[in-house]
Design a protein around this ligand. Structure first.
Ligand code: PMP
Length: 375
């Protein structure tokens, strides 16, 4: 039977208790949300919502075409200029998602004959970028600048080192300064995905590269999403103007994709302006993460020390992680749940996000529920 193998795979998943289903979120859900990536609590902020509405009124429901044809509105230009300025980059290019931005950056920066050195803990979108790129991929140990340095030393042609700045499973930060030094030693470029750093790390949320003194460097390219701290949708590549110009000419997910919807551009622009006005939101998200971690440890839970706003709690097995997350939900708390195949075998986690707008009472309640429902 056509597609018969799909049923076999579904059976295996069901037997392992690891099937996934979609659950629609209700607009008026009473759940305490520690599962979303809305780190700064901006997704429903009135100014961000109004930014989306005003942009849709002016520019319509969609971008109407690819960026190179009709899909670049004046608003896209405004967002790119302001994002570049905020992050200290020479230029910025907005994409329809962070995923598309990563595919674009990796493929466009790793031509035939080049070497891509990729951290073993990188996000799926970077991994897929490596799979699509023409360069040869070498995966190195997680957050291991010495391994990266060695790998770069094996190659004479163009090379790029690719890493998340904050890893999405454990919320740990990459050793950016040491990675940059390894790259410079070998004349390689550094490409970092700041999806979980932008808006949280660095002065006023300017991101991990800015915090590491790498903003504006001519050998560093940063990607990020507009769907986490900025409460919107879309992705961005930040870097030297000649890199952005190269992406406009060579990146397939830029050229062949419809431009980001105006409403998403308007929402992101409003969030960025709000963060500039209220820079304390970034520090607050980090403080909530530290507080959450301290309380989880005090409650005897095996939480990973956070470097940004992601707080992970180790679970004994994939099945217990799934049950634990379900029990939290039944007790009024939404948490993320990471288990294979999204993460390697033996790495199952409850994933909590420390939103800047969580109150102390909410943090306390979240820790109590997680502790009470522990397997
Ligand atoms: N990079 C990382 C590290 C991410 O966690 C995500 C989102 N889960 C992405 C890229 C993709 O971004 P987007 O959701 O905007 O496509």
């Amino acid at each position: 039977m056509a597609f018969g193998w799909i049923d076999e795979q579904a059976d295996v998943r069901r037997r392992a208790g690891l099937g996934r289903t979609l659950r629609a979120r209700a607009a008026d859900s009473p759940l305490l949300d520690l599962a979303s990536n809305d780190y700064l609590g901006l997704a429903r902020h009135p100014e961000v919502v109004e930014g989306a509405v005003a942009a849709a009124r002016t520019w319509g429901g969609g971008a109407t075409g690819s960026r190179l044809v009709t899909g670049t509105t004046e608003l896209h230009g405004e967002l790119e200029r302001e994002l570049a300025e905020f992050c200290g980059a020479e230029a910025a290019l907005v994409f329809s998602s962070g995923y598309a931005a990563n595919l674009a950056a990796v493929t466009a920066l790793a031509p035939h004959g080049s070497l891509i050195v990729s951290d073993a803990g990188n996000h799926a979108s970077l991994i897929d970028g490596c799979r699509l790129a023409r360069g040869t991929v070498q995966v190195v140990g997680h957050a291991d600048p010495e391994a990266a340095r060695k790998a770069l030393g094996t190659h004479a042609g163009p090379a790029v080192l690719v890493s998340d700045t904050v890893f999405s499973v454990d919320g740990d930060a990459a050793p950016l300064a040491a990675l940059a030094a390894a790259c410079r030693e070998h004349g390689a470029g550094l490409l970092v995905d700041d999806a979980h750093g932008l808006g949280v790390l660095g002065a006023g949320g300017r991101g991990a590269a800015h915090a590491a003194g790498l903003a504006g460097a001519d050998d560093v390219v940063v990607t990020a999403t507009l769907s986490k701290s900025f409460g919107s949708q879309g992705g961005v590549v930040l870097g030297p103007a000649r890199v952005v110009d190269h992406l406009v000419n060579a990146a397939r997910t830029f050229i062949f994709d419809t431009g980001l919807a105006p409403a998403a551009v308007g929402a992101a622009l409003a969030a960025l302006r709000l963060l500039r006005r209220e820079p304390h939101r970034a520090a607050r998200a980090r403080a909530v993460a530290r507080d959450l971690h301290t309380r989880l440890i005090a409650a005897g839970l095996d939480a990973v020390r956070p470097d940004a706003a992601v707080v992970s709690v180790r679970a004994p097995s994939p099945q217990t992680a799934v049950r634990w997350a379900a029990d939290c939900r039944a007790a009024g708390l939404a948490v993320g749940c990471f288990r294979p195949p999204s993460v390697p075998d033996g790495v199952s986690r409850l994933r909590l996000t420390a939103r800047a707008d969580l109150s102390e009472a909410q943090i306390e309640r979240a820790v109590r529920v997680i502790g009470d429902t522990r397997p």
